[in-house]
Design a protein around this ligand. Structure first.
Ligand SMILES: Nc1ncnc2c1ncn2[C@@H]1O[C@H](COP(=O)(O)OP(=O)(O)OP(=O)(O)O)[C@@H](O)[C@H]1O
Ligand SMILES: [Mg+2]
Length: 541
């Protein structure tokens, strides 16, 4: 790389567009900060789109510099997502290059140990002004602001995808290698192509390294797969490093989260569950039932898990165990723990703490509920053992149907005996579903495990099932788990059914009153536990 000193010599008094702007008159260094970003941008309200071929929608992402532009691409016959950023002419590109090299050589942002973007911007801006002065570059105010945007984007942010990360209407960002467009999953328009492309192999390699570093992880030829989480947004990151793993070079995918967790009522609002299903799960959770949520990738398992965890009694001791932190609870007695990768230094995986280790430790900490983000291997065995010895557990598992789940639980590497599988009370099946041509997510069925037969098959009772032809949730039969609760807790079935009815009405009432916000709904649930009469009065139950 060219050293800054040589650029300095070569370009002294030469770069810039000759435009004698305010900055050239000696403003750099004066102290006043010019570059500002509005971080309080609200989630855009999308208009109802009847005809996608007429789509032409623009909303701000990093205001006032970067915008999302969604429009119908006539050539390909599809909706595309284009990021619009300040235009730079040839001369400006040259200056920006010089400045970015200068920043790279002289300022190490990663040394500054603050998360506050405004503080970082201030630091960057002060240094850029000095750099401009040192290099003798004269630029107009408008060029200066454009440069600051790109420098901010590339040094504080996540380079090309920084605007996209700020789009609250996006679920996923997916890059499958070099020279191929980055795709996003838009909450409204589904999977669409963007105008972002990594043309250069080295650029993508160093970007993936940067992603890993931001997540506090390490990626290399020896450790070419990384799972992590971005510190400020909590977004979940998966990345691969080398060409031998994925043919088009390094890849990454980023799962973005809404700023607020989804409340049960929000899930009702989007039509993913019914008030009956939620009331039923609420009763199960109050009485410590063991629940497994299964479904395909991105089917909404973690969202449902997080949402029903809000039904856990407010004073309960909850331990959560995850690979990457996704679960968000408001319980005061919540002990979150996250597995840690080993360093690979000084022998095999030094310092590694697996979900298996965490789970084993958790059962000694007298939890009321143990929540495991996702079970895949040996940790599943520990969870089921814990459940068999009287602890309550909720988890998710990747599988498309109940039969597959049972088979996976019974075979290597999990190898549960039928009697251990039977400790599971209920399986909720999350899935994608098309409703009137639109992609939605549904809790397709709730299945109770009655017993596991000798051949390993499960005998199930299905209290709830989503009927695709009518888009309704059918409430099919009596609940076996209710009967188990009756036997164990000495509560009458009538009492449980009355509770079910009350909670169903309460959830419907919250829905009708437009009470969707996570914290608001959580408050009502907590109050219901503490002072049921008051809640019944308030909601006229
Ligand atoms: N019921 C829903 N309706 C609409 N969007 C949803 C719903 N549930 C989840 N989402 C969104 O879908 C995305 C994936 O959700 P989530 O992480 O819960 O899925 P998952 O099944 O746990 O995925 P993975 O298999 O990757 O762990 C998120 O952006 C989330 O906000
Ligand atoms: Mg998940």
């Amino acid at each position: 790389m060219l050293k800054l000193s040589s650029i300095f010599k070569k370009n002294k008094n030469k770069i810039g567009n000759g435009d004698v702007g305010e900055l050239e008159k000696g403003e750099p260094g004066k102290g006043e900060l010019l570059f500002k970003i509005n971080f309080e941008a609200k989630k855009p309200e999308l208009p109802e789109v009847k005809d996608e071929t007429k789509l032409d929608l623009r909303y701000g992402l990093i205001m006032p510099y970067a915008y999302a532009h969604l429009y119908w691409d006539e050539v390909h016959g599809e909706v595309v997502y284009s990021i619009e950023e300040p235009n730079l002419d040839v001369k400006e590109k040259e200056v920006l290059n010089t400045l970015e090299q200068g920043v790279q050589e002289l300022i190490d942002i990663s040394f500054i140990n603050v998360d506050d973007k405004e503080v970082l911007i201030e630091y960057l801006e002060k240094n850029i002004k000095v750099l401009l002065k040192e290099l003798g570059i004269g630029i107009s105010r408008s060029s200066y602001l454009k440069f600051m945007y790109y420098i901010y984007r590339d040094f504080i942010g996540l380079n090309k995808i920084e605007p996209v990360i700020n789009d609250q209407l996006i679920e996923d960002i997916e890059c499958n290698g070099v020279k191929t467009p980055v795709y996003i999953v838009h909450r409204k328009f589904g999977s669409i192509r963007t105008n972002i492309v990594y043309d250069n192999f080295d650029e993508l390699v160093s970007f993936v390294e940067k992603l890993a570093q931001k997540c506090g992880k390490y990626i290399s030829y020896a450790n070419p797969i990384m799972d992590g989480r971005l510190p400020d947004s909590g977004a979940r990151v998966n990345a691969t490093y080398t060409e031998d793993i994925s043919s088009k070079g390094p890849t990454f995918s980023i799962r973005l989260f809404t700023k607020e967790a989804w409340s049960p009522v929000r899930l009702m609002q989007v039509g993913s569950v019914s008030a009956e299903i939620l009331a039923y799960l609420w009763i199960l959770i109050e009485h410590g039932a063991n629940i497994l949520i299964v479904g395909g990738t991105g089917s909404g398992k973690t969202t449902l898990l997080n949402c029903i965890a809000s039904f856990i009694k407010p004073e309960a001791r909850v331990i959560t165990i995850e690979d990457t932190r996704e679960i968000r609870l408001v319980h005061e007695n919540w002990l979150p723990s996250v597995a840690r990768m080993g360093t690979g230094v000084g022998g095999e995986n030094t310092g590694e703490i697996t979900m298996f280790d965490l789970l084993k430790a958790s059962f000694r900490q007298r939890p009321d509920y143990v929540i495991v983000g996702e079970i895949r291997g040996a940790e599943a065995f520990v969870l089921f053992q814990g459940m068999a010895s009287g602890h309550s557990g909720i988890s998710t598992m990747h599988a498309d149907d109940v039969k597959t789940v049972i088979r996976r639980l019974e075979t290597t590497p999990i190898n549960l005996s039928p009697s251990l599988v039977e400790t599971l009370d209920v399986i909720c099946l999350a899935s994608f579903a098309k409703v009137k041509g639109h992609d939605t997510r549904k809790v397709r069925a709730v299945q109770e495990i009655i017993s596991i037969k000798e051949n390993g098959d499960a005998e199930v009772n299905v209290p709830f099932q989503w009927d695709a032809s009518r888009n309704v949730f059918m409430f099919k039969r009596e609940s076996i788990v209710f009967k188990k609760i009756v036997a164990k807790k000495g509560i009458s079935l009538e009492e449980l059914k009355k509770e079910f009815e009350l909670r169903r009405k309460l959830l419907n009432s919250l829905y009708k009153k437009n009470l969707f916000e996570f914290e608001e709904v959580q408050k009502v649930i907590n109050e219901y536990y503490k002072n049921k009469e008051a809640v019944m009065k308030r909601f006229l139950l």
